[in-house]
Design a protein around this ligand. Structure first.
Ligand SMILES: Cc1cc2nc3c(=O)[nH]c(=O)nc-3n(C[C@H](O)[C@H](O)[C@H](O)COP(=O)(O)O)c2cc1C
Length: 389
């Protein structure tokens, strides 16, 4: 892994080779026409940085802190459900890699691993995502579990009230249980390494929920979701959680000024700018476009986290220059996991950290606090001379 993967793109290619097409498409794909998925990248590609010369780049310090947690680099892991399909070590592998890298792992409520398992391997480095389920007792149990495990930060899944449509998954018959067409059955058979891991590894289910005290079976998952999907989740749920939870609260999926204001008014500690990596609502803007408006609205009253399309160290520089406290990423770590388990996820951290250090050297930043708007080259505005002055 170390020798062959020089970029997140290399990890993606390795994942592409190792995974059956239907699994890779589940991981990589986005909603509908994938406009937002592509836009996240396009807008990051359009961010230009300003090169400085003769800057002493001997000691780039990438350490910072977010919501009271010290991190060795300004990059944390976004929550991802059902990573068991990529590799049986799933969240446990990524959580270990995150802890080793001095980062934070966000555990998804849709994860195949329980919160207990990831806290055990990455103590003090796990934030728990929660969903406001149709049966509020499920949410309450999850929150209680987080509390008893000493988890300090809850991340509310804000953008899941409406379920998305992903054409790639529909074509492959991806669901619980999957109903793949013959072409996918053949393609899967051509990936014997994956098939062996699938048959002998962690069973495909959710780690956090049970029926009658046993893990939910794959054929029961869809039914469980139907009962628990909750289109009526609202800010009242946030207000209730805020009253009951003494630790930190983050809302994920904030893409507008209005919601950023509501979040701050409800006393949240962190606003997570995210369009779910283009997987939920297609046709909306990129997160890097929404970020400056939200930073302006929040005005220092909460931490700001941004994900969506981060694939290079320079992307982290752009996100921080536009006001994020830290960046976050999903697929880069899932590609790493699929390519090589924990060492693949660890490689994703190494690659992004090395690229971040290089980018910091070129823009003349000795510390993360030096990543301010002036590191960006504003060629996009009407008067670039003034904007860069
Ligand atoms: C396989 C997969 C599963 C995901 N599951 C969740 C989830 O359970 N909860 C959530 O809020 N977001 C989920 N997301 C979205 C990520 O948290 C994150 O917002 C997105 O991946 C960021 O974009 P990036 O992949 O380009 O870094 C998932 C993303 C992927 C790729």
């Amino acid at each position: 892994m170390r020798k062959t993967a020089h970029s997140i793109g290399d990890l993606r290619s390795a994942a592409r080779r190792r995974l059956p097409r239907m699994v890779f498409d589940f991981l990589e794909g986005g909603a509908l026409d994938e406009l937002t998925l592509r836009r996240n990248r396009q807008q990051l590609d359009d961010q230009m940085l300003r090169q400085r010369v003769l800057f002493d780049a001997t000691h780039a310090d990438t350490r910072t802190s977010v919501l009271g947690t010290s991190v060795d680099l300004p990059l944390v892991v976004s929550p991802m459900g059902l990573l068991t399909v990529c590799h049986p070590e799933a969240d446990v592998a990524i959580a270990r890699a995150a802890a080793q890298a001095g980062s934070v792992f966000m555990h998804s409520p849709w994860s195949g691993c329980s919160l207990d398992e990831v806290v055990a391997v990455a103590p003090g480095r796990v934030w728990a995502q929660i969903a406001f389920w149709g049966d509020p007792r499920e949410t309450a149990r999850h929150v209680d579990r987080a509390r008893s495990l000493g988890v300090d930060t809850l991340v509310i899944a804000g953008d899941v009230g409406v379920s998305s449509k992903r054409d790639r998954d529909l074509r492959h018959g991806t669901g619980m249980p999957p109903k793949p067409p013959l072409a996918d059955v053949i393609d899967t058979a051509l990936h014997p390494g994956w098939v062996l891991r699938w048959l002998t590894g962690r069973p495909m289910t959710w780690g956090n929920y049970a029926i009658d005290g046993r893990r939910i079976r794959m054929r029961e998952m869809e039914r469980w979701m139907e009962v628990n999907e909750n289109p009526s989740a609202s800010w009242e749920d946030v207000a209730r959680l805020r009253r009951e939870w003494q630790g930190k609260v983050v809302i994920k999926g904030v893409m507008s000024r209005e919601d950023a204001r509501l979040a701050v008014d409800h006393g949240v500690d962190g606003v997570f700018v995210s369009n779910h990596g283009g997987r939920q609502f297609d046709g909306q803007r990129a997160t890097i476009e929404a970020l400056p408006l939200i930073v302006d609205e929040v005005d220092g009253r909460a931490a700001v986290i941004m994900d969506g399309g981060i694939r290079r160290g320079a992307d982290i520089v752009s996100a921080l220059a536009l006001g994020a406290d830290v960046a976050a990423a999903g697929r880069p770590f899932a590609f790493g996991l699929s390519a090589g388990g924990q060492s693949g996820a660890a490689r994703a951290f190494e690659v992004l950290r090395d690229e971040l250090v290089t980018a910091m050297g070129f823009v003349g930043a000795a510390t993360v606090d030096d990543l301010v708007p002036s590191v960006l080259d504003r060629t996009d505005v009407a008067d670039p001379v003034r904007a860069n002055a």
